[in-house]
Design a binder for this molecule. Structure first.
Ligand SMILES: [Fe+2]
Length: 312
């Protein structure tokens, strides 16, 4: 794609990039790689270990009522139709690692960002495609890498919260870094009065400051979005602090006092977290993979067939 992907970038965008929530226009919704036909084809060849299919409970139900499944023998088009009629989402995680064509688009995106924001060097970039049911929601959480959300089909409402307490604390970031529990973060409806709310449709994308908490509600239509993730030197250092402060607080019993990203304190923490990581002590704490509990029903698109529980 030779035409720019971002279509309304201005000097004000450059000034706000990663500093404030931003809504920008993009061209990817018209790109053939993101049509439903192209995505249906991608689904059919997608390696099992790289996708997650999740069924959710009805709106307002306990957030733990969700389980993982398999697309079974459905065609790509049937999978999309099943999601349109059901209450689930399919995450084609790491599509940039699976299919070179999507990596090329991802590279172009970040070349354009760097062209617009001097010195904004990114690495370990990945993207995923999320196909989700009408009215599906993603609970309040925050992510450790830099993130953007690109809307391709359908509409969703995105709530972005401030990056200060109580919305976001160092302790929450530490827990996510150590235990990957980003969806168990406490949320209260009163937070919404301080949220910046965007309703985005095809051709719109959002970018927000590092770790900004967010939650998402689909409107009453099938949704297809892309998430892009990336790292910068600042984000890498911030992750070192999350790990080291988490180890100090949780394993050593010391309340960390700073989140400095440079200086002697930072380097001592960098050495500490590297040592603990190498020791393998943290491995056991991480959650194990969820079992596959259902399969899509080819005869009743939108319904699922429960699978017998696999022996451990
Ligand atoms: Fe997120």
């Amino acid at each position: 794609m030779s035409a720019p992907i971002f279509t309304n970038w201005t000097a004000a965008t450059t000034a706000s990039w990663a500093q404030a929530p931003l809504r920008l226009a993009h061209r990817l919704s018209e790109h053939p790689l993101y049509s439903l036909d192209a995505l249906a084809e991608v689904i059919e060849g997608y390696p099992r270990q790289h996708y997650a299919l999740v069924e959710m409970g009805p709106q307002g139900s306990n957030r733990r009522l969700w389980r993982e499944g398999d697309i079974g023998r459905l065609s790509g088009r049937e999978v999309i139709e099943a999601i349109k009629r059901g209450r689930m989402w399919l995450n084609l995680r790491n599509i940039s690692g699976v299919d070179r064509r999507y990596k090329d688009v991802l590279d172009q995106i970040f070349e354009e960002v760097r062209g617009n924001v001097p010195g904004y060097d990114t690495y370990d970039r990945t993207c995923g495609i999320l196909i989700s049911s009408p009215n599906a929601q993603v609970y309040y959480h925050m992510d450790l890498p830099g993130q953007s959300l690109w809307q391709l089909h359908g509409k969703k409402r995105v709530y972005l919260y401030p990056t200060t307490a109580p919305y976001l604390t160092g302790e929450q970031l530490e827990r996510i870094a150590l235990y990957e529990v980003e969806v168990d973060i406490p949320y209260d409806v009163s937070y919404d009065k301080d949220a910046t709310v965007f309703e985005i449709g095809p051709g719109e994308m959002l970018h927000w400051p590092l770790n900004a908490p967010h939650r998402v509600e689909n409107l009453d239509c099938l949704n297809v979005s892309m998430t892009t993730e990336y790292w910068t030197e600042t984000i890498r250092r911030s992750q070192i602090i999350n790990m080291a402060n988490g180890i100090l607080r949780d394993k050593v019993g010391i309340t960390p006092k700073t989140r400095n990203l440079a200086g002697p304190g930072f380097y001592a923490k960098a050495v500490l977290q590297a040592g603990v990581k190498r020791s393998g002590l943290l491995k056991k704490a991480r959650k194990s993979r969820r079992p596959v509990e259902f399969q899509l029903d080819r005869d009743h698109l939108g319904a699922v067939i429960d699978l017998p529980k696999a022996a451990e």
